[in-house]
Design a protein around this ligand. Structure first.
Ligand code: ATP
Ligand code: MG
Length: 141
């Protein structure tokens, strides 16, 4: 079993799509280990997306990610990192395969409904950003 981090982004939370996205993930075999809802501050959003600080879309991304509540979710299944990326679909919803979360709920390349860790190493770092080791261990069966 592997764990990864998803974040239901402010566009999807505001649109009332969080429940549908969580149901989609459960249907795809992910177990929800932990979930929370919070509004990121600017410092937190900048830190979370630090790897993108040199990209032209960084400031806009930070503004978007702090524009409303998000829902970080710790997910478990076999091959969780890779499978989540597949279930999410491409960054740009116009390029996302039919039936993927982004094809269903994203409205632009920025407002694309969901984040997913892109490697097991980053999943460990990103899970630690939102959830303690104790709460993730307590959630296991
Ligand atoms: P995420 O990291 O959120 O799972 P991703 O890995 O598919 O998404 P990244 O390249 O890591 O895509 O970009 C991080 C986020 O930055 C994207 O999900 C999107 O919200 C935003 N973004 C990426 N590219 C652009 C762009 N060209 N214009 C505007 N926003 C963008
Ligand atoms: Mg990414």
């Amino acid at each position: 079993m592997e764990t990864t981090l998803a974040i239901i982004k402010p566009d999807a939370v505001a649109a009332g799509d969080a429940g549908n996205i969580l149901a989609h993930l459960e249907r795809e075999g992910f177990e929800i280990l932990a979930i929370t809802k919070l509004r990121l501050g600017e410092t937190q959003a900048r830190a979370f997306y630090e790897v993108h600080r040199e990209r032209p879309f960084y400031d806009s991304l930070v503004e978007f990610m702090t524009s409303g509540a998000v829902m970080p979710v710790a997910l478990e299944r076999d091959n969780a990192v890779k499978r989540l990326r597949e279930v999410m679909g491409a960054t740009n919803p116009q390029e996302a395969a039919v039936g993927t979360i982004r094809s269903l709920y994203a409205t632009s390349i920025e407002k694309n409904a969901i984040h997913g860790s892109d490697s097991p190493e980053n999943a460990a770092i990103e899970l630690g950003f939102f959830f303690s080791r104790a709460e993730l261990l307590a959630a296991g069966r």
